[in-house]
Design a protein around this ligand. Sequence first.
Ligand code: FAD
Length: 414
Amino acid sequence: MSDPDVIIIGAGAAGIGTGLECAARGLTCVILEGADRVGGRAYTASGGLSRSWDWGCHWLHCATVNPLVPWADKLGTRYDTKPREDYASIWRGAFLAPDEMAKAQANIDAFFDRIHSAGKAGKDVAVSEVMPPANTETAAARMIFQLLSGDDPEVVSAAGYSDYDDVEADWPVLTGYGALIAAMAEGLPIRLATPVRAVRHRAAGVEVDTDSGTLRARAAIVTVSANVLQSGAIAFGAGPAADLVADMETINCGSYEKVAFTLTDMPAEFRGKLFTSIDTGHDAGPLNFQIIEDEAPMLINHIGGTPAREVSTAGPEAMKDLATQHLVAAFGADITRIITGTATTGWTQDPFILGSYSHAEPGSAQLRRDLISRDTGAIGFAGEAFSLKWQATAHGAYQSGRDVAGRMAGALSL
Ligand SMILES: Cc1cc2nc3c(=O)[nH]c(=O)nc-3n(C[C@H](O)[C@H](O)[C@H](O)COP(=O)(O)OP(=O)(O)OC[C@H]3O[C@@H](n4cnc5c(N)ncnc54)[C@H](O)[C@@H]3O)c2cc1C
């Protein structure tokens, strides 16, 4: 078989976007995927529960301009476009009354407004340095921030965080975002269970080592996560690609994990809501629960930043216990009678992912922008970490794959 034009490393949203762009340009490619499935951080599966759920991405963020919405329409994916008012509740010894909830929401909004103004003003400092003075909602706002950025306000740059160009339209994918990304991959030349060990430049193109041999091509596009890049799992021969990876030290993936519960019935207090935050005074801070009210009701605990890193390191039983304790605190032990199954994610430990999604550390916002536009010759980089305005998202990863493939095809005359 002749060498492909492009070798793509990783079959997540970015790798699939790259493959689709190559196909659209008439370039031959092969996608080498280390895991035994496609999708990476886009994954819809049951994990032993009676229904499937999204382990990673679930929301079509920036939905009114999200390039994956047309794909969803083409592939028959169902998503929910309902505008949302009054979608969250907070439990702190009791559920907050509507007037308390409105006040809490105003404090949380003020938290994010402050960060955005500082970030947009170019303050490349830790988010914790520009947060409003502490108030009753600081813990809740911190928890939401940990989910949005994957890490703690102390380690995330306000300017880097504010590079994200939010249009504030977020639509949950009812049939699974992971299922959508997997459907998009149909027909692409993907080799599963083929971890790449090394990538290097050669006189006319690139060489890529796998356990089953070395492949050659005119170019390679690497789409693995920032933490996988920095782990050394893939060796880069000396040159611009190795230099870029060395320079990425302060662009890291944080942690974000989920604990899913299937239920016989949805507790009345949760009905009509999308999220609730339960604050028991635990060191982990308030815990967020997503409420899914369909024919198979489900609660999904989302946990981010240091609490996610710590509890996922302790393992699945610790994750289940922490989330269950919070539900019991709010509803009493009877809640356990309506739980029919529990499953957990493990992104932080997954050797092919090693975290959630990327952020620039304080002082690194400009570095991240420079890395995205840096020319690294025949070895290019794509993925959520390489998306300028849509970092940390599936559509940002996909678009980055398309953009990098287009840019390299032009620059290298592929
Ligand atoms: C819990 C969680 C919730 C999220 N929620 C949302 C959301 O609601 N909306 C949203 O838009 N985004 C969300 N995201 C982020 C989104 O899922 C990611 O930004 C996006 O899927 C990343 O795609 P990617 O292609 O850049 O990377 P990945 O999905 O990580 O793809 C990289 C691929 O490379 C493979 N790989 C790794 N090492 C090797 C190797 N050595 N050789 C070959 N292959 C290798 C991996 O197995 C993987 O398949 C969430 C993420 C998490 C973890």
